[in-house]
Design a binder for this molecule. Structure first.
Ligand SMILES: [Zn+2]
Length: 96
């Protein structure tokens, strides 16, 4: 992501949650789900939304169906909080 919304919002939410906890709490550990480090170069953290479910597909041997899991994900193109592009700008081609 090209912004610091993840860190900023995580900090704000943590502050709010901590306010609601009884005094003396310990080992606080929480984070926004869905931010995934991508294997691009340079590596970037992108907001990723899971797409999961299942489907009944016919068995190859014929007769009957079996459940097949569906599990993939898509990456957000823009930050949902500030609207900035998630991916760093492509290098501009030098004008000819
Ligand atoms: Zn943002």
């Amino acid at each position: 992501m090209q912004c610091d919304c993840q860190e900023t919002i995580e900090a704000r939410v943590a502050e709010k949650v901590k306010e609601s906890l009884p005094e003396g709490f310990t080992d606080f550990s929480a984070a926004l789900e869905g931010y995934v480090l991508t294997l691009t170069s340079p590596m970037e953290t992108r907001l990723t939304i899971a797409y999961e479910g299942d489907v009944q597909v016919p068995k190859k041997s014929g007769g009957g169906f079996k459940r097949q899991k569906i599990k993939t994900s898509i990456q957000a193109t823009y930050c949902p909080f500030c609207g900035k592009a998630a991916k760093s700008e492509e290098k501009q081609e030098a004008p000819q």
